[in-house]
Design a protein around this ligand. Structure first.
Ligand code: KIV
Length: 304
């Protein structure tokens, strides 16, 4: 056993609670594939979400409503395979947790088939009964309130939640309901900074904000925004890299090299013993003596 495999172990929700208790801000990001997840894990992030944002940023759907359980499972398995330490949370897709029975069945698939340590689902008070059933069954749950993208068809558009008195009261109630149902953390998406901070102060469990200000217990971002895969960056995101420019430049250079005949060069090429090929092609001294060679140097009377 190598020194690394001895020391690296998969984090659990208890480790996340400990980080929170120790006052460590919990840096969380999404990942959807094996190589990216491996890099995120290497960077030491304690928690990775296989978000249903997969629908838009990886699969090209218009909303998260479109992604299926099978698509989520496929990507979640790759993320688990790519990581050794981070706690992996799988996002439950639209209509896969409408009642506790259905939620247990689908969350069970994420745990058994993909090997995640937790699931995330949207909704506060409305999802509390389901969260409770999952937690009682031994499935750790991360809540998600504020903007809940799976409700886009009732919300109309992506907008900040909780600015009005009524919405702010509802969000507070949602946060408490998620905590009392047994969730280990809750995502606050697109919530005004002061409200998110007030919710954070009132909860025991960590709040993980996205577009909810610096007062949350941790932050989550969609990795494509953080790495700059597209020209557009949401207001709440910061572009830490420009992958669009990097990939574009690299692929354009590759194309230019292929077109110019400079790729592959000697360093990227394998050679064989010329005498072996001469023999295969009938170019050995004996063959040369009595075979009439065609223009291309391949004997016409040989079955190659
Ligand atoms: O699907 C997702 O990526 C999410 C995060 C934005 C929290 O739910």
């Amino acid at each position: 056993m190598s020194a690394q495999s001895e020391t690296v172990r998969r984090l659990s929700v208890l480790d996340i609670a400990k980080l929170h208790a120790d006052g460590v801000r919990i840096a969380t990001i999404t990942a959807y594939d094996f190589p990216t997840a491996a890099i995120v894990d290497e960077a030491g992030l304690p928690l990775i979400l296989v978000g249903d944002s997969l629908a838009q940023v990886m699969l090209g759907y218009d909303t998260t409503v479109r992604v299926t359980m099978d698509e989520m499972l496929h990507h979640t398995k790759a993320v688990v395979r790519g990581t050794k330490r981070a706690l992996i949370v799988a996002d439950m897709p639209f209509l896969t947790y409408s009642n506790p029975e259905e939620a247990l069945h689908n969350a069970g698939r994420f745990m058994r088939e993909a090997g995640v340590q937790a699931v995330k689902l949207e909704g506060g008070v409305r999802s509390a009964r389901t969260i409770e059933a999952l937690v009682k069954a031994g499935i750790p749950v991360m809540g998600h309130i504020g903007l809940t993208p799976q409700a886009i068809n009732t919300l109309g558009k992506v907008r900040v939640q909780g600015k009005s008195r009524e919405q702010a009261r509802q969000l507070l109630a949602d946060a408490l309901a998620v905590q009392e149902a047994g969730a280990f953390a809750v995502v606050l998406e697109l919530v005004p900074e002061q409200l998110a901070a007030a919710i954070t102060e009132r909860l025991r469990i960590p709040t993980i904000g996205i577009g909810a200000g610096a007062g949350c217990s941790g932050q989550i971002q969609v990795i494509n925004d953080t790495l700059g895969y597209t020209d557009w960056t949401p207001r709440h995101a910061r572009k830490y890299a420009d992958m669009h420019a990097t990939i574009l430049a690299a692929v354009a250079q590759y194309r230019a090299d292929v077109e110019a005949g400079t790729f592959p060069a000697e360093a990227e090429t394998v050679r064989m013993d010329d005498s072996v090929l001469d023999e295969v092609l009938g170019r050995s001294a004996a063959d040369m003596a009595d075979i009439e060679m065609p223009l291309a140097g391949i004997p016409l009377d040989r079955d190659l």
